[in-house]
Unconditional design. Structure first.
Lengths: 516, 291
């Protein structure tokens, strides 16, 4: 038993996970040794890697029971690939597979029978919705391992996780395995989350519904990483892959929070020429971007780059000259997909490039401001994005840890309450991101600064535009509005392990005791 | 003099809005027990509004309650619940008879004295929602010293006028002017009716500019997003504030030296101009600079 740097008691080892390296601090762990790598292979000659169907590719890949298969989540809730591949594996009699997706969505609830029947033994990655509920209630033998978007490529490149076969959903592919995220009805834009898997897996299978003659253009993943190509009828439902044009919220509460967040950014030392930011696709972040744009216009400030998941709103910022470049690991909407295909200043980056702490410098390191959400934040500014108030594991970590660690100003912006559930508490149920990398919380009551950031406290006092609310007052207010919460009741058994981006353990999630 | 540029309606049966309305920083709040609440929910809303009032967390907002009409059985219960709980003003719907205001004044006196509240603390805001109410505006405004403002109706009033509400408000133009005259003559505020198209920011902007020019002190709002727009129009520009400061300073200086005439920027300034300058400063939140 040990206590990590955020005060969590951790066992020395967890069944199904192995030895536990306790979290020591955001930048404490220094890696040793060399990168891991995929299997060496040689292909002499040949002009075609196309196989007739998924089963033929699975057989050719050498996939065996107990091996690890990986997938990207660029097709989001429209994805057909993961379900189809696992269905095929089940029909071929494979069992005990380790699923290593970059994220899962509601559409993947179809995997539940395969989890129950033992085709999938383990999931390493975010578990959302019904699968999260299943895991929380003890429905999987081995604990799930939650890694950030940067922690995942770190685990792959360092050899913590070895991918046997990577199945890469490909909106466009040619017969010799070049893959593009654009150019078809299933277009998803950036394929950033798939790059590292393609480079490090022992075998890579491209699954496409737009097979083209060799060679295609706008290649995201080149042929020399790809072993086989399979054409299927559909890799996904376009309506679930990207959204239409994204609208700024008119919800007054969210607009108020967004305005405070924007005023905080404007008051901070990073609001100057060259500012870079990541704001994501949620209602509040998008509105912050809109207010920030007004402020940039008013004060004649030009930004350098926008990072992360890219929306049409960011595309407009690029087009109108508010930023010089977009670094895109994931394209959220049709405008972003269109832009990445056409604009050389809209650059596709891999998850490794985006956020891996163990390379020669990730994009998040250059980030000035990030706007994030959380299900809970506590007095120490620790953020929980993985579990809900009832202790159920329902959300992935995403880029939360990485951008918080990298950005000069990390802002959590959200209402004080979600329905009757407080978002600010004495201690979070699960720690996803440690308070040492969180700088400010913005709610409808104003801005709550991490006292560690004396420079921000000073800047806000000077600007006089943002109402400052101490953390103690906010916690008290939330308690007064909601009353006491019933504590979560759990078993001893660990069903989830939350890793910090460097592979150390921040927290564990325990199996829920059924409510009487 | 308190600013009443914006007074935000909050449905009396919505705890979420009642607790958070002040965060949008309107000048005033109207906790609504009348039209926003279905007949079957009147009691529950009254209890809720009373409890929210008792918490007393409204930032710097003036807190008023729109009670049910004096033609109903409910208004006395409303008054008895919300005045002791802390409401400092009542917005009374469909006022058309000065006698009603005198009756309310009397009842308020009883409630205040029973609750140990300074008599006369509770102000009355009169909603004039019929042609008759508008016609008697001055008499209504002067029926009690508690009357703080006159407010024209919107939909009800246009229906009573046998017309409907148009985008440019032609049908309300004369009504609004009349109401400003009555309010000024009685020495109370003139507050405008709501702008119902909550997604039409430009339409709101045009209407607010128009009613400000007519002489209104502010506007009732039904959506928090309307607040910054109304404030923006009612807030004097920097140049206006600077000029007003110079006028007030010159007047102060002249008074100290026993001079009658005041000169600012090479022009003579008379008393009404000084009064307007003081008003500009108070709208800019600089009442401290007013003599």
């Amino acid at each position: 038993m040990s206590i990590n740097a955020v005060g969590r008691h951790l066992p020395d080892a967890i069944p199904g996970y192995g030895p536990v390296k306790p979290f020591q601090g955001a930048a404490a762990r220094v890696p040793e040794g060399h990168r891991d790598g995929g299997r060496l292979r040689a292909v002499y000659g040949g002009k075609d890697k196309v196989l007739p169907d998924l089963k033929a590719a699975i057989a050719a890949s050498g996939l065996q029971s107990g091996m690890t298969i990986s997938f990207h989540h660029h097709l989001r809730n429209g994805d057909h690939v993961i379900n189809a591949v696992v269905d095929a594996c089940a029909e071929m009699g494979l069992r005990d597979l380790v699923l290593f997706p970059t994220a899962l969505f509601g559409v993947h609830k179809k995997l539940i029978p395969h989890i129950k029947s033992g085709v999938i033994r383990r999931i390493m990655g975010s578990v959302n919705g019904p699968i999260g509920q299943l895991v929380s209630e003890g429905g999987m033998e081995d604990p799930v391992v939650l890694r950030s978007h940067g922690g995942r490529p770190r685990a792959v490149t360092s050899g913590d996780v070895h991918i046997d076969v990577a199945f890469v959903g490909a909106p466009t592919a040619d017969r010799y395995g070049n893959i593009s995220g654009v150019g078809s009805r299933s277009a998803c834009g950036s394929l950033g989350y798939a790059h590292t898997d393609a480079m490090y897996a022992d075998c890579v299978v491209a699954v496409t519904d737009n097979l083209q003659p060799y060679p295609i253009s706008r290649i995201s993943i080149p042929q020399h990483y790809v072993d086989f190509v399979v054409a299927v009828e559909s890799i996904g439902d376009p309506a679930g892959i990207v959204s239409g044009s994204t609208q700024i919220t008119r919800d007054p509460l969210r607009l108020l929070i967004s305005r405070y967040a924007s005023q905080l950014i404007e008051a901070s030392p990073c609001f100057k020429n060259g500012i870079s930011f990541q704001t994501g696709a949620g209602g509040i972040p998008l509105a912050v971007t809109a207010f920030l744009k007004d402020a940039m216009k008013r004060r004649n400030v030009k930004g350098s780059f926008g990072l992360g998941g890219i929306t049409g709103y960011f595309v407009d910022l690029l087009r109108e000259g508010y930023v010089e470049r977009l670094l895109d690991v994931q394209s959220f909407d049709l405008e972003a997909v269109k832009s990445i295909a056409e604009n050389p200043d809209h650059i596709e980056i891999s998850a490794d490039w985006y956020a891996n702490p163990w390379n020669s410098g990730a994009a998040v390191n250059a980030l000035d401001v990030v706007i994030l959400g959380a299900t809970e934040l506590d007095r120490d500014f620790n953020a929980n994005v993985n579990t809900e108030a009832d202790g159920a594991l329902l959300h992935g970590t995403g880029g939360h840890q990485d951008t918080a660690a990298g950005a000069g100003l990390t802002i959590i912006a959200q209402p004080l309450l979600r329905g009757r559930i407080p978002c600010v508490v004495d201690a979070v149920y699960s720690v996803t991101t440690p308070g040492e990398v969180v700088d400010a919380l913005v709610t409808e009551f104003g801005v709550t600064l991490n006292p560690r950031r004396t420079d921000l406290v000073e800047a806000c006092r000077e600007a006089k535009t943002v109402p400052l609310v101490p953390m103690e007052e906010l916690v008290d207010r939330a308690k007064k509005l909601t009353g006491p919460m019933d504590p979560v009741v759990t078993e001893e058994r660990i069903v989830g392990v939350i890793e910090w981006r460097d592979g150390t353990v921040l927290d564990v999630v325990r199996q829920l005791t059924p409510r009487k | 003099m308190s600013l009443r540029r914006t007074m935000l309606y909050l449905p009396g049966n919505n705890p979420n809005m009642l607790l958070r309305g002040h965060l949008f920083r309107p000048d005033g709040l109207i906790l609504d027990l009348e039209d926003a609440v279905a007949p079957s929910e009147k009691d529950a809303a009254r209890i809720l509004v009373r409890d929210v009032l008792c918490r007393g967390e409204f930032g710097g907002c003036e807190v008023t309650v729109r009670i049910n009409g004096m033609d109903t059985e409910l208004w006395r219960e409303d008054v008895a619940a919300v005045v002791p709980a802390g409401a400092t003003g009542l917005r009374v719907p469909k006022v058309e008879n000065p006698r009603d205001i005198r009756l309310l004044d009397e009842y308020l006196g009883e409630v205040e004295s029973h609750a140990g509240i300074a008599e006369g603390r509770t102000a009355i805001f009169c909603l004039l929602e019929t042609a008759l109410g508008i016609w008697r505006a001055y008499d209504i405004a002067t029926a009690s010293p508690r009357v703080a403002a006159l407010i024209p109706g919107g939909e009800d009033l246009t229906a009573d006028l046998r017309t409907n509400r148009s985008a440019d408000g032609t049908e309300l133009a004369t009504i609004r002017s009349l109401l400003v005259v009555a309010a000024r003559a009685a020495g109370v505020d003139a507050l405008d009716t709501v702008y119902p198209r909550v997604a039409d920011d430009e339409g709101l902007r045009r209407e607010v500019a128009f009613i400000k020019q007519l002489g209104f002190d502010g506007k009732s709002v039904i959506h928090p997003n309307q607040i910054p727009i109304v404030h923006d129009i009612f807030t004097p520009t920097e140049a206006e504030v600077e000029k007003a400061k110079r006028i007030v300073a010159a007047a102060r200086d002249a008074a100290a030296r026993g001079l009658g005439a005041v000169q600012v920027d090479g022009r003579m300034v008379d008393k009404p101009v000084v009064r307007r300058a003081e008003f500009t400063l108070s709208r800019a939140g600089l009442s401290g600079e007013v003599m």
